[in-house]
Design a protein around this ligand. Structure first.
Ligand code: SF4
Length: 331
């Protein structure tokens, strides 16, 4: 018997590539191990593939530090070990290309911040291999390849995911892309229709225009082959999830959801929900507060249009944690 969409997607864990020094092996240049609260938490929920690009290109532990160098506007960014004057750019690029091309199934990446290999942004780029201060910032060489080859996936660094909004966005994207990978394997149009239906409110909270476009792509089945529909859907899904949802869009979806059952509420209940949404508007409570208030009513009234919407639980509740570094709110 064919399993339902929900059974199939719930049965599969996301696959996440993680920097090995984040709790798996003491492979940092100084021989130390680092840690990430999110990585620890995710150990029970995802399948991790660990990578240490520097060790895997043959560097030892411990090792002399390496740095990114860009001498002038017309030269490429190089990866250099100042103490030995070795340039490691080609080794790193070749390794990255080979490693990433072998990943047949992957849904996201959590990489070590600020590393000249793994850092996704804010990595110091120096003008010379010798002493001197960094003039600009950019991405580590391995991380740059990750972002180039997997533009639709959830890619973050362990520093940025300490921020509540960024972490929530990362987990949402991770689970949505995992579900898309699962249905893409069988490539049935009815699965894509169900995927779209289940994620409708969630995508609406991200980007209403893209949601319309995605609906249009689904409707073009018949003119386009199933494979073309999937390809176009994936490209536009990526664009939809590109930026964190604005709080005004979240409020819009919360209010719209309330509309499904507001006629069954008492005046005081309605008032309470609207007050809670307003507290979120004023940043007095996190998004999860009005979300759970709406969700409890969806359950109470068994609202069939909303009960399966991923908007109310885009990833397992156990992964929710309202701690916030207060940093890195910008995308
Ligand atoms: S940051 Fe990347 S290259 Fe550096 S030790 Fe960690 S996994 Fe290895």
């Amino acid at each position: 018997m064919k399993l339902s969409y929900k059974q199939r997607t719930d049965n599969v864990k996301p696959i996440v590539v993680v920097s090995r020094c984040l709790g798996f092996e003491a492979c940092r240049y100084n021989g130390q191990l680092d840690s990430s609260h999110l990585v620890e938490k995710l150990k029970d929920f995802v399948d991790f593939i660990t990578v240490c690009p520097e060790v895997q290109i043959g560097l030892e532990v411990p090792r002399e530090a390496i740095r990114l160098v860009k001498e002038n506007e017309s030269t490429a960014i190089k990866l250099i070990q100042p103490s030995s004057k070795r340039e490691l750019s080609k080794e790193m690029t070749d390794f990255g290309e080979a490693f990433l091309s072998k990943l047949s199934k992957v849904d996201g990446f959590i990489l070590k911040s600020k590393s000249p290999s793994c850092g996704i942004k804010e990595v110091k780029i120096y003008k010379t291999a010798e002493k001197g201060s960094a003039s600009v910032k950019g991405s580590g060489l391995f991380a740059a390849l990750v972002m180039e080859k997997f533009p639709s996936l959830a890619v973050e660094d362990e520093g940025r995911v300490k921020n509540y909004n960024i972490r929530q966005h990362f987990l949402t994207k991770l689970y949505i892309m995992k579900n898309f990978r699962v249905i893409k394997e069988s490539m049935l149009i009815e699965d894509l229709v169900e995927f779209h239906g289940t994620n409708k409110l969630l995508i609406m909270s991200y980007n209403q225009k893209q949601l319309k476009l995605l609906g249009g792509i689904l409707g073009s089945h018949g003119k386009l082959s199933v494979q073309q529909v999937y390809e176009q859907y994936q490209i536009n899904l990526m664009l939809a999830l590109n930026k964190l949802p604005r709080y005004t869009s979240n409020i819009n979806v919360l209010t719209k959801s309330m509309g499904y059952f507001s006629d069954k509420l008492t005046h005081r209940e309605k008032e309470f929900i609207l007050e809670t949404i307003d507290k979120y508007r004023q940043s007095k409570v996190p998004f999860s507060v009005p979300l759970y208030v709406i969700k409890s009513n969806v359950i109470r009234f068994e609202e069939k249009n909303l009960i399966n919407q991923s908007f109310f639980e885009p990833y397992p509740l156990e992964l929710d944690n309202v701690t916030d570094s207060g940093k890195g709110l910008d995308k």
